[in-house]
Ligand binder design. Structure first.
Ligand SMILES: Cc1cc2nc3c(=O)[nH]c(=O)nc-3n(C[C@H](O)[C@H](O)[C@H](O)COP(=O)(O)OP(=O)(O)OC[C@H]3O[C@@H](n4cnc5c(N)ncnc54)[C@H](O)[C@@H]3O)c2cc1C
Length: 390
């Protein structure tokens, strides 16, 4: 595998870095961390507007659809630079739902939804999971029945993050109850202000909000069902594949690791400079090696995608590696900083702006978001090594 960036890729990376130097500052980084998933704040909106002005919100779109025609490596470089800077990622509306609609939607659906997404009028929550359907998504029970020119949606989604700020839900529903379970699902768009939709908050450990969402005889126009009936399971998998390119960046862990190293250089504990402590130096060196290796693993996925491969095992490796590495950076950082590492950003004397304890609370989510790591390891086993499928 040749990991060397081409001159064109290096030029693109430098252009993105230049943009970040101009548009990302501490106020934006702090707002991004503090707001969690409570929607975009004013700084994030300014940042998104600047991205839009360059057409970079369409980075995942092909040229013929008004996109930039960027390769997978170029898309990954963009994501990695943004994550490393601590700026808000492009919403999944742009990087997961829109590219899926582009591929599966009818001409009319593309013409209706893509301009609205580009103008920022439509923001999606992703409604796949249910209480009894997470990893085994094909068991989902929320159903949609056709009644004249409308679908009538009934059921409940769990962990429907951003449903309280989104304008629409990208919803997996059962439309063919008699078909085998993988073939009975469709993807449908449900406006969040449609009568019969209700949202209940669920607070989770890192201080983030997600939601349970209920659908009680919600009527949706017939052509809000995207692509073909019964192919929704495959469409959801396609959207999740687009989502995974962004999960494979160790940029966030790298940024917090770099801040930790800066702190360690200056910190003195019991009269001893922390930078001279052999255990601390050893731990930091190990993490640095792992961060560099994770970067190459993620880059390999993009390189393979550009070669036309479907790098299932490599992308599962990158996802499992990056997410668990974030946990190790948080664990080790909190250990090095001792009790001070548990201070929140707003508490006096909090080292590294409280980011280690924040990552400690956030990072377990990365291990199951976008598919649990147990399942990723199963994929590595059967796709990478030809072991029997569980
Ligand atoms: C904070 C948060 C935000 C979320 N946001 C969203 C969202 O916006 N939209 C959305 O649709 N979903 C969302 N989810 C749901 C998330 O994707 C699921 O939690 C995840 O897919 C796991 O599903 P589950 O919780 O039902 O666990 P289960 O699927 O029941 O798994 C439980 C455990 O069993 C293991 N397991 C299950 N099957 C296998 C297998 N075949 N082989 C090996 N091990 C297995 C899993 O790895 C896991 O450790 C969110 C969840 C949380 C907690």
């Amino acid at each position: 595998m040749d990991y060397e960036l081409s001159p064109r890729e290096r030029a693109w990376r430098d252009e993105v870095r230049g943009f970040i130097a101009e548009h990302v500052d501490e106020r934006l980084v702090d707002e991004t961390r503090l707001r969690g998933n409570e929607g975009r704040g004013p700084e994030a909106q300014r940042f998104l507007d600047a991205l839009r002005a360059r057409g970079w919100d369409r980075i995942a779109f092909p040229v013929e659809s008004g996109g930039l025609g960027k390769t997978a490596v170029e898309q990954w470089l963009f994501i990695d630079q943004i994550e490393t800077a601590g700026a808000p990622m492009l919403p999944l509306t742009f990087t997961s739902v829109a590219p899926t609609i582009l591929r599966i939607g009818t001409d009319q659906q593309r013409q209706e939804w893509l301009p609205r997404i580009q103008r920022g009028e439509v923001d999606f929550a992703l409604g796949y999971s249910e209480s009894e359907a997470g990893t085994d998504l094909a068991s989902l029970r929320t159903r949609a029945n056709l009644d004249g020119d409308h679908w009538v949606v009934n059921g409940q989604k769990m962990w429907n993050t951003m449903a309280h700020t989104a304008t629409h839900n990208w919803l997996a529903v059962r439309t063919e109850p008699d078909a085998p379970k993988h073939k009975g699902i469709s993807m449908i768009i449900v406006p969040m202000d449609a009568p019969g939709v209700s949202v209940q908050p669920i607070q989770v450990w890192p201080g983030l909000r997600t939601n349970a969402v209920f659908f009680d005889n919600v009527r949706v126009p017939r052509d809000y069902l995207m692509g073909e009936r019964g192919l929704g399971f495959y469409y959801a998998a396609m959207a999740l594949n687009f989502e995974r390119l962004s999960i494979g960046s160790a940029g966030m862990a790298r940024r917090i690791f770099d801040a930790l190293v800066r702190d360690v250089r200056e910190r003195v504990v019991d009269g001893q400079p922390l930078r001279e402590n052999p255990w601390v130096r050893d731990r930091l060196a190990r993490l640095r090696v792992e961060l560099d290796a994770a970067r190459l693993l993620a880059l390999e996925v993009a390189i393979r995608l550009d070669k036309g491969e479907v790098p299932a095992a490599a992308s599962s490796m990158a996802k499992a590696c990056v997410s668990e590495l974030a946990q190790r950076v948080a664990d080790t950082g909190c250990e090095i900083l001792g009790l001070d590492g548990q201070l929140h950003a707003e508490e006096p004397g909090a080292p590294v702006k409280g980011r280690l304890q924040w990552l400690y609370r956030l990072s377990p989510m990365l291990a199951f978001g976008g598919g649990t790591n147990e399942v990723q390891r199963d994929i590595i086993g059967f796709m990478g090594y030809g072991l029997p499928r569980k």
